[in-house]
Each structure stands twice: as structure tokens, then as C-alpha cells.
Design a protein around this ligand. Structure first.
Ligand SMILES: NC(=O)c1ccc[n+]([C@@H]2O[C@H](COP(=O)([O-])OP(=O)(O)OC[C@H]3O[C@@H](n4cnc5c(N)ncnc54)[C@H](OP(=O)(O)O)[C@@H]3O)[C@@H](O)[C@H]2O)c1
Length: 322
């Protein structure tokens, strides 16, 4: 089968389309023929090897996992003998625990982060919702968002942020999105009550205060944002840094305002699968839009990485595989 592989960290040029062995499902696994996958900010970071903490997972000197890609949608081509939850021909989508989705086939355990994909939603639309698997646990579990609260989402046009805007509105919050001038109309179209252009205004200067500041892009800091938090307000960051670790520790010991970080990719597969089923309900009820910025064929995955590397994508970048 064809797969996009890499054997060293670096620019998108390290990615190569190669012929590799097609996997065989174990007794508890599904063999999935992948129709669509995504290139995310995390794929880009892991390809570059730019994060030291990331390298503990991907390999210190060189990549241990030759194929990136952590989301997929496709059709079950075969099942292991113990599989009961899915059958051949099922259309599924979900997330891998260990990358490997930039390929024509993948084997995943039946109790992995997978859900049936309804026919009304395309493979591309299903896979492009990947930002929800970060946005939802951040808002619901880490931020414990409540109806009627005021939330500011920094990086509201990115993959995580654009789904966070939609989910926060759906949960009854008053939403302010922060993005660049070019993306203001897009963020409004997602339902944001207010939009701040970070190129013209620092959101901490407006005098407004929020119950939650969700820094989906990791471009601000707790120290910079805390005076824009209400008493008992929470600052959430998606991006690991020494600064946020110290802020999480310090605010857990003192003060009413808290800084928090979560690592949503490390959640149990059963929780992710539940969230996938929830997002299908929202999409079928017309309460959530799948957001595709650009699509590329598998052979042009390096081009997709180049675009993701700009840090300016709007929603998700889809790779069509079939
Ligand atoms: N902790 C976790 O569990 C977890 C899980 C998944 C992802 N992440 C991390 O979350 C981050 C965001 O991921 P993503 O997929 O949403 O990335 P993305 O789609 O590449 O989003 C980047 C967004 O950041 C915005 N941005 C750039 N500079 C900005 C600034 N100065 N102020 C405000 N917004 C700015 C851009 O908006 P404009 O184009 O409008 O400038 C763009 O829409 C990544 O660093 C990723 O590694 C963490």
C-alpha cells in the first residue's frame, strides 16, 4: 500500500510517498481502507521534531513512527475473528492512538476511538471535525463551561478554535473570538457574538472580563491574560511550555483565578469514541459545521504540511486517500 513516510525530522521535504506493507488485522482489530485523513498542527510539530517534549513520544534522535496522521475516515475492509462491534463494509471515522493514518490502510482495535459514520456525512466532512476532540474536552472537562458564561477564544479561526466557537455557542456561552483581520467574517459565521482582530487590538486592553479564556492557538499567556479573567475565571492553553506549567502549579496553590492545560490526545479511546458519537448527533441536528479549508490528494501531503506550517489555516486540512 502507499503511505507518506519520514525517517528524519525537518521541512516538508522529509516526507516521501512510499510503498509499504499492507497491515493485517489482529483478532480484535479492523482493517480500514482510509478514504480521508487530515494534516494537523500536531503532525507539523512532530514532523519538524521542534518540540523536545514531543520527541519523548516521537523519538529523541529520529522518528520512531514512520507514518504521521492521527485522524481517519474510511471503510472496514476486514475484521479479526473476535470483533463484534463493527463489520466489513461499515463506514467509520475516528482517531488513532499512535499516528499511521497518512496511508491507504490502517489496523485499529475495535474498542479504539472509532464511530460509525452516517451516510449523510462525507468521509472528508467527518475527518475534518478532528479539532472537536481537543475543543470539547477543553471546554467541557477542563474549563467546565456553563451556560450564560462569557468565554474568549484566542485563535478562533484555527482547527481547535473554530470548533470551540461552535461548541461554546451550542453550550449557551457568550463567545468572543480572536483572529486576524482576514478571518473575522469566518469567525462571525461560526456564531461568535463578538470578534476581535488581534492585529489591531490586544484583547486584554478592552476592559472586558471573561469566565474562561481559551487560548486555542497558545499565542498568549496566563500572565498577560489574567486581568481579563473574572474572579474564579480560568485560562486554558493548548500549548505546553515551561511558563504554563509554572502558572498551573502556582494558581493551583493560591488565588481564585486558575491556569490549566490538558493533553486531549492522551485520553482513553472510550472517551474519544463517546465524543465522536456526540459530534455526529450535533452534525445531524445541524448544530455543528464541518470546516474544511483545503483538500490535497495523498501524494501531495508535503504541500499540505507546507500550508499547515504557515500557522494560518482556517478549520481543517483534509487529505483524500482513495
Ligand atoms: N493540548 C492538546 O491536547 C492539543 C491537542 C491538539 C492541538 N494542540 C495544539 O493546539 C494548537 C492549535 O492547533 P490548531 O490545530 O487549532 O492550529 P491551527 O489550525 O494551525 O491554528 C492556528 C490559528 O492560530 C491563529 N493565530 C496565529 N497567530 C495568532 C495570534 N497571534 N493570536 C491569535 N491567533 C493567532 C491563526 O489565526 P489567523 O490565521 O487568523 O492568524 C490560526 O487560525 C497547536 O499548537 C497544537 O499543537 C494541543
Amino acid at each position: 500500500m502507499k503511505a507518506i513516510t519520514y525517517t528524519k525530522y525537518g521541512s516538508p521535504d522529509v516526507l516521501q510517498l512510499k510503498e509499504v506493507a499492507k497491515p493485517t488485522p489482529k483478532d480484535n482489530e479492523l482493517l480500514i481502507r482510509i478514504e480521508a485523513t487530515t494534516v494537523t498542527a500536531v503532525d507539523s510539530i512532530f514532523r519538524q521534531g521542534s518540540s523536545l517534549s514531543g520527541r519523548f513520544f516521537t523519538g529523541l534522535a529520529r522518528p520512531k513512527r514512520p507514518v504521521l496522521g492521527s485522524t481517519l475516515a474510511g471503510e472496514v475492509e476486514a475484521v479479526g475473528k473476535d470483533v463484534t462491534l463493527f463489520k466489513e463494509g461499515d463506514q467509520v471515522f475516528g482517531a488513532t492512538a499512535d499516528f499511521g493514518a497518512h496511508a491507504e490502510y490502517i489496523c485499529l482495535p475495535e474498542d479504539g476511538a472509532l464511530a460509525l459514520k452516517p451516510a449523510s456525512i462525507s468521509y472528508e466532512e467527518a475527518v475534518a471535525t478532528n479539532g472537536i476532540l481537543t475543543a470539547l474536552p477543553f471546554l467541557r472537562d477542563t474549563g467546565q463551561i456553563q451556560s450564560g458564561q462569557k468565554i474568549l477564544i484566542n485563535g478562533a479561526s484555527g482547527s481547535v478554535g473554530s470548533y470551540a466557537v461552535q461548541l461554546a455557542k451550542q453550550m449557551g456561552a457568550e463567545v468572543t473570538g480572536v483572529c486576524s483581520t482576514e478571518k473575522m467574517e469566518f469567525v462571525k459565521s461560526l456564531g461568535a457574538d463578538k470578534v476581535i482582530d488581534y492585529k489591531k487590538e490586544d484583547f486584554t486592553d478592552s476592559g472586558e472580563t471573561y469566565d474562561i479564556i481559551f487560548d486555542a492557538a497558545g499565542k498568549s499567556s496566563y500572565g498577560h491574560s489574567k486581568h481579563a479573567l473574572k474572579e474564579n475565571g480560568v485560562y486554558l492553553s493548548t500549548v505546553l511550555s515551561a511558563g504554563i506549567v509554572l502558572d498551573v502549579l502556582r494558581t493551583s496553590l493560591m488565588g481564585s483565578k486558575k491556569a490549566k492545560i490538558a493533553f486531549t490526545g492522551l485520553r482513553p479511546a472510550s472517551e474519544k469514541a463517546k465524543d465522536l458519537r456526540f459530534l455526529i448527533e450535533l452534525m445531524e441536528a445541524g448544530q455543528l459545521k464541518s470546516l474544511i479549508d483545503r483538500s490535497y490528494p495523498l501524494a501531495q501531503t508535503a504541500e499540505a504540511h507546507r500550508y499547515v506550517d504557515t500557522g494560518r489555516k482556517k478549520g481543517s486540512i483534509v487529505i483524500t486517500v482513495a
